[in-house]
Design a protein around this ligand. Structure first.
Ligand SMILES: C[C@H]1O[C@H](OP(=O)(O)OP(=O)(O)OC[C@H]2O[C@@H](n3cnc4c(=O)[nH]c(N)nc43)[C@H](O)[C@@H]2O)[C@@H](O)[C@@H](O)C1=O
Length: 328
């Protein structure tokens, strides 16, 4: 729940949300519409997420389209992106990399040219690099993890920073969300992230459910509604040419995640160590976001999982038909 002062900032504002039918976007749209904003969702196909939101159908990898849709807009929430499991993001590199660069470069530049007064760009936990001492051998172009998706996200952060240096712009904010989950996610086990993928395979009757890796990988799972509030707060307060982390601040192993699901869904599982498990630990420190923008995630893992499972069970048609920017 946003506080009244923040909410009032959005009354009557013309707001464009790219990715507004996605996982974080649909929550942002709901909060903004409820606050009295005039929200337009830009997406590849029409999925109703709120009765008061308008839809613009089109492709933001096209620069002219981006210029058209950002004209006369007060605020832009640039949330569109490509999300893929650890498996697809290490094999189908160009499918993530190219459209991510195109849509980000175009949306940011069009928003700058059209003098959008505030924008927030959602980067990713994937934009982090762990190394402190640089050796060529650690940065081979074919080295693991090949986080092309993360690098593509990072390039747009540099674009925002370039605007700050060259044009003195601090009105474009950046957030780095972690492993976000919730209603409206992609549940296709072929390419979905761990939570929606496991849910779908349980629902399909897989027995035992094959859990990738050995269960020790640790991730920071944040509920989409909490992250959406963080995104709105980041636009409101700004991130001053830098970025803030939006996670839960807690790490859970994949085994703990599976046990949390088993606390309310009955299923058997076994680990499949032939599947990739990715980075051993990815957890966010959220102290800066708490301090600088008042970010306060409150959904427990089990509560968030229950809400996601309920949504999945009652929205079986939606996730199967949605288009995305992934290019095969
Ligand atoms: C945000 C971030 O997201 C991705 O990286 P990831 O955090 O590894 O995300 P993930 O959800 O695919 O896996 C999390 C953990 O869960 C394990 N796991 C078990 N069973 C399944 C399973 O059935 N499906 C999936 N996908 N994972 C499974 C899996 O082995 C891994 O240990 C990248 O796109 C990366 O580019 C990126 O930036």
């Amino acid at each position: 729940m946003l506080d009244k002062t923040v909410s009032e900032e959005f009354i009557g504002k013309k707001i464009l949300v790219t990715g507004g039918t996605g996982l974080i976007g649909r929550q942002v749209v709901g909060i903004l519409c409820d606050a009295g904003a005039r929200v337009k969702i830009v997406s590849l196909d029409k999925v109703i997420v709120h009765d008061h939101a308008e839809h613009i159908l089109g492709d933001i990898t096209d620069y002219n389209f981006c210029k058209e849709i950002t004209n006369g807009v007060d605020f832009v929430f640039h949330l569109a992106g490509i999300k893929g499991s650890i498996e697809v993001s290490r094999t189908q590199l160009a499918s993530h990399f190219v459209p991510t660069l195109m849509m980000n470069t175009n949306m940011l530049e069009a928003s700058r040219i059209n003098n959008v007064s505030k924008l927030v760009y959602t980067s990713s936990i994937g934009a982090y690099s762990n190394a402190e001492v640089f050796r060529e051998s650690d940065y081979r172009l074919d080295s693991e993890p090949m986080d092309f998706a993360g690098w593509a996200k990072r390039v747009a952060e540099l674009q925002v920073y370039a605007y700050k240096v060259q044009y003195d712009m601090e009105n474009f904010a950046i957030v780095r969300p972690c492993n976000v989950y919730g209603p409206g996610d992609n549940f296709d086990p072929e390419n979905a992230m761990v939570i929606p993928s496991i849910m779908c395979r349980i629902h399909n009757g897989e027995n035992p459910v094959k859990i990738w890796g050995d269960g020790t990988a640790i991730r920071d799972f944040a509920y989409s509604r909490d992250v959406a509030e963080g995104v709105i707060l980041a636009l409101y307060h700004g991130t001053k040419g830098g970025f803030v982390n939006l996670g839960s601040g807690k790490g859970y192993s994949v085994k703990e995640l599976v046990e949390a699901l088993r606390s309310f869904i009955n299923f058997n599982y076994e680990f499949d160590i032939t599947k990739p498990s990715g980075a051993p630990v990815r957890v966010m420190d959220i102290s800066l976001a708490k301090l600088s923008i008042g970010y306060a995630p409150k959904t427990s893992l089990v509560d968030g999982l229950k809400e996601t499972w309920e949504w999945f069970l009652s929205n079986q048609n939606e996730y199967q038909k949605k288009k995305n920017y992934f290019r095969s």
